[in-house]
Design a binder for this molecule. Structure first.
Ligand SMILES: CCCCCCCCCCCCC/C=C/[C@@H](O)[C@@H](N)CO[C@@H]1O[C@H](CO)[C@H](O)[C@H](O)[C@H]1O
Length: 496
């Protein structure tokens, strides 16, 4: 695990930084933007937000996008992962009413990136459904598949010549289980028994339809890559007992297998383990059909193989045992029957769920290799939360630890094509508001311009990108960051 050989990222490995629309843009109702489920959720429940700062203004990227691109140039990244707010471009969610001013914002951002040889990596959906679509049932309505497909096609049509990396949906696991089952994210539904699973089916179908549309209409001409980002944290047995090993297997199947298997497993469809548990419990609970919806043979075929790469969002590791308390039933929690802890000695971030365990990334990568036939991966998010402050040594240590683990996983056969730091800048961390800072750049939320200042981690990341290696002892002489010309910039034609 820790010999001291020097390992380097290959020259065609891509480095990037990420944000999402709700978390940075602000301008929540500017220039014709419609209301999204996050606008409504936090306007209706202001007390939910830890420090009261919602996404109304956020980091004001709607106005500060030139500075954002300047920061990306300072870092020397190859790409910028950002999301398009569906409600900004289609205020009602439907394509009959297009908000040209909303598109203009993304035109400007994309053109500015390309002008400076930074590739846009566009996420079509990062948690923000237009509210009018939620009122029709949101992702639990099977029509959501068509709504998303139409929206995706419209955006592909507008940007296919400029954008070569697409992510359809960010974290279906979060969209469905935290939005529709636990309700701690927008739209805040508490459908623990059925809604989360219905959502999972529809989101996967929506993703697959968008992928197939790109393949049919755009791939040949524009040669872009379309993937999906899934939260793949690592879940392992708390100790080596049969009960704990089985619980860890359940955790992996429910937390990410539910979304990975239909796309990447040999036979497609939801994992057998999840089907077996939910089908059995549903019968015992008096349901006539399983709470886990069936995928027809045609749907299995549509979803299977519907991605050019896996966007892996990885932050931390959980140690798993069977639940020590009885969950309310029927519910996803009761189906999964797991309890999570984290190593008491692992360094803790500001977010209560986030502790540093770099070996978990290595194990997760090897698990993906073994179970999904060495699928191509881009790490589309990894990061660390802290208090405000420019000397963020914890974030630096975390990044170095995880990039070191990634190099080992690559050496052991994982096909990782790129890494994305979450986040380019401090932003609105959903219901945590700005109380948990994830930025390589600090944002002064009190200032008029939402002033951005590079943290130590920004300089260290820049050095890693330039040197392509992780040097634990490296430290800049000061915290000034400037744009340096990088002649060796990748030209982004990643062979997947
Ligand atoms: C003794 C302590 C035990 C702690 C056990 C806690 C159990 C918590 C249950 C699981 C909670 C899961 C938390 C995982 C979250 C991440 O995977 C998720 N936040 C990743 O989503 C991305 O996060 C970014 C930063 O948080 C950002 O918000 C981005 O938009 C998301 O895509």
């Amino acid at each position: 695990w820790s010999d001291h050989r020097k390992r380097k990222f290959p020259t065609n490995f891509l480095f990037g930084a990420a944000t999402s629309a709700y978390q940075v843009e602000g301008g929540w109702n500017a220039d014709g933007k419609g209301e999204s489920i996050w606008d409504k959720f936090l306007h209706d429940n202001p007390d939910l937000v830890a420090d009261g700062r919602n996404g109304d203004v956020a980091s004001d990227s709607y106005h500060q996008w030139r500075r954002d691109v300047e920061m990306l140039r300072e870092l020397g990244v190859d790409f910028y992962r950002f999301s398009i707010s569906w409600s900004r471009v289609l205020p009602t969610g439907f394509e009959n009413e297009i908000n040209e001013a909303g598109f203009k914002y993304y035109d400007n951002l994309i053109d500015e990136l390309l002008k400076h040889e930074i590739q846009p990596m566009v996420t079509l959906y990062h948690f923000e459904l237009p509210q009018p679509l939620q009122e029709l049932g949101g992702w639990t309505n099977p029509l959501s598949v068509t709504w998303f497909e139409n929206y995706a096609k419209l955006v592909f049509r507008r940007y296919a010549d400029k954008v070569k990396f697409w992510i359809t949906i960010n974290q279906p696991n979060t969209v469905c289980m935290e939005g529709y089952a636990s309700g701690i994210m927008a739209p805040g539904l508490n459908s623990k028994d059925v809604g989360g699973y219905e959502c999972a089916k529809n989101v996967l179908l929506a993703h697959a339809k968008a992928y197939r549309a790109y393949q049919t209409e755009f791939k040949k001409k524009y040669e872009g890559n379309v993937g999906i980002s899934i939260a793949v944290n690592w879940f392992e047995a708390l100790s080596n007992t049969t009960e704990n090993n089985e619980a860890a297997e359940r955790a992996r199947a429910f937390e990410f297998g539910l979304y990975l298997d239909p796309i990447w497993s040999k036979k497609g469809d939801f994992p057998d383990l999840v089907k077996k548990i939910v089908d059995k419990k549903s019968t015992e609970q008096g349901f006539k059909t399983s709470r886990l919806p069936k995928l027809t043979a045609a749907e299995v075929k549509l979803i299977k193989g519907s991605a050019d790469f896996l966007g892996m969002n990885h932050y931390t590791t959980f140690q798993v045992q069977p639940s020590q308390t009885q969950f309310e039933a029927p519910s996803v929690e009761d189906d999964r029957n797991t309890e999570y802890t984290q190593g008491p000695a692992w360094r803790a971030a500001k977010s209560p769920w986030l502790k540093s365990a770099p070996y978990g990334l290595y194990k997760a990568c090897l698990h993906l290799n073994l179970n999904y036939d060495y699928l191509p991966i881009i790490i589309t998010e990894h990061g660390w939360s802290s208090d405000p402050g420019l000397e963020d040594q914890d974030r630096v240590d975390n990044m170095r630890g995880y990039l070191g683990a990634l190099l080992l996983a690559m050496e052991d056969g994982t096909e990782v094509k790129g890494y994305t730091a979450w986040s380019l800048m401090d932003n609105v961390e959903w219901i945590a508001g700005t109380s948990e800072r994830f930025g390589l750049y600090e944002v002064d939320f009190e200032s008029e311009q939402k002033t951005r200042t590079a943290r130590l981690s920004a300089l260290v990341y820049k050095h890693i990108i330039e040197s392509r290696e992780v040097e634990d002892a490296w430290r800049p002489s000061n915290l000034k960051i400037a744009i340096t010309k990088n002649d060796k910039k990748n030209n982004y034609r990643v062979e997947l």
